[in-house]
Design a protein around this ligand. Structure first.
Ligand code: NAD
Length: 282
C-alpha cells in the first residue's frame, strides 16, 4: 500500500482519524469544504498530539513529525488523487455522502480503498452511488479516535472480500481492533449500546434507582468504564434520541424512546454540551 491516506471532513471524527493515521506514518490529506473546519481540525490534531506528549505517550519529535504529515486540502480531487485509501467523515447525511462517493470514485486511483465512517446510515445505500459499489466498505471509528480501540468494518451485500481484508489491515495499522459486521441498522455497537442506554432511562423513569446508582451498577457490577446515563450525556441526548427513533423504525419497539428522554431533549437538557442531562456538568 502506498502511504497516502485521504480523510474527507475535518470535524470531530475526521480530525481524529487523521491524527491516528499520521501517527501510524501515513501522509494525510485532510479535506473539508469549510476552511474554518480545516484549520480547526489541524489545531485539534496538534492539541491531541501535544496531549500525548504531556502524558509521556509520545516524544515531542514523534508528535512534530506526525503533525508535519498532515496536509489540509481545499480540493476534493486533489486530496484523493494518489491516495491508497480514502476515509469519509462528513456530516451524517445520506444524499451528501452519496454525492461525495460518486465524486471520490472519479478522482481516486482505481485501486484505492474507499471507506465511510457513517455511524448509522446504510453503507449499501452510500455505496449504491458508486459505479463499483463493491469497492466501498464501512470503517466505523469511535470518539475520541486516538483512545478508542474499536473499528467496525461494515460489509454491505456486495462489498468485495478483498476490500474487507484491506479495511481490516488498515484498521490494524492504525492501532485499532477491527470487527466485521453485516450492514444492519446500528451495526454491532450502537444496537447494543443504545438498547442499554434506553433501558437505563426507563429505569430512572420507573424509579428503580437513581441515575448515579444505575451507572454505578454497570461500572462496578459489569466493569463498564462508564455508566449508560453518563455516556448518554457525553454523546448528547438529542443524538441518542435521533438514533433511537431510527432504530425503532428499522428494528422495532425495543428501541422506542422513553418519554423522559423526549422531555429532556424538549427542555434543551442535552447532556454535557448544554450543561445538564441526567447529570449537571460544570
Ligand atoms: P462534524 O460535524 O464534527 O464534522 C463533519 C465535517 O464535515 C464538518 O467539518 C463539515 O464542514 C464537513 N463537511 C460537510 N460537507 C462536506 C463535504 N461535502 N466535503 C467535505 N467536508 C464536508 O461531524 P463528526 O462528528 O465528525 O461526524 C462525521 C461522521 O462520522 C458522521 O457520519 C458521523 O455519523 C460519524 N461518526 C461520528 C461519531 C461521533 O461520536 N461524533 C462517532 C462515529 C462516527
Amino acid at each position: 500500500m502506498n502511504e497516502t491516506l485521504a480523510v474527507l471532513g475535518a470535524g470531530t471524527m475526521g480530525a481524529g482519524i487523521a491524527h491516528v493515521a499520521a501517527l501510524a506514518g501515513f501522509e494525510v490529506k485532510l479535506f473539508d469544504v469549510s476552511e474554518a473546519a480545516r484549520a480547526a481540525g489541524v489545531a485539534r490534531i496538534a492539541a491531541g498530539l501535544d496531549g500525548g506528549v504531556a502524558r509521556k505517550k509520545l516524544t515531542a519529535e514523534v508528535a512534530a513529525a506526525a503533525l508535519a504529515r498532515v496536509a489540509p486540502a481545499d480540493d476534493l480531487a486533489g486530496a484523493v488523487a494518489g491516495a491508497a485509501a480514502v476515509i469519509e467523515a462528513v456530516f451524517e447525511d445520506l444524499a451528501l455522502k452519496q454525492k461525495l462517493f460518486a465524486a471520490i470514485e472519479e478522482a481516486a486511483p482505481a485501486d484505492a480503498l474507499l471507506a465511510t465512517n457513517t455511524s448509522s446510515l446504510s453503507v449499501g445505500a452510500i455505496a449504491g452511488a458508486a459505479r463499483r459499489p463493491e469497492r466501498v466498505v464501512g470503517m466505523h471509528f469511535f470518539n475520541p479516535v486516538h483512545l478508542m480501540k474499536l473499528v467496525e468494518i461494515v460489509r454491505h451485500p456486495t462489498t468485495d472480500e478483498a476490500v474487507v481484508a484491506r479495511a481490516r489491515a488498515l484498521a490494524e495499522r492504525l492501532g485499532k481492533e477491527p470487527i466485521v459486521v453485516r450492514d444492519a441498522p446500528g451495526f454491532a455497537s450502537s444496537r447494543l449500546g443504545v438498547l442499554v442506554g434506553l433501558e437505563a432511562i426507563r429505569m430512572v423513569e420507573q424509579g428503580v434507582a437513581s441515575a448515579e446508582d444505575i451507572d454505578k451498577a454497570m461500572k462496578l457490577g459489569y466493569g463498564h468504564p462508564m455508566g449508560p446515563l453518563e455516556l448518554g450525556d457525553l454523546v448528547g441526548l438529542d443524538v441518542r434520541l435521533a438514533i433511537a427513533e431510527y432504530l425503532e423504525r428499522e428494528l422495532g419497539p425495543a428501541f422506542r424512546p422513553p418519554e423522559l428522554l423526549r422531555r429532556k431533549v424538549a427542555e434543551g437538557k442535552l447532556g454535557k454540551k448544554t450543561g445538564e442531562g441526567f447529570y449537571v456538568w460544570k
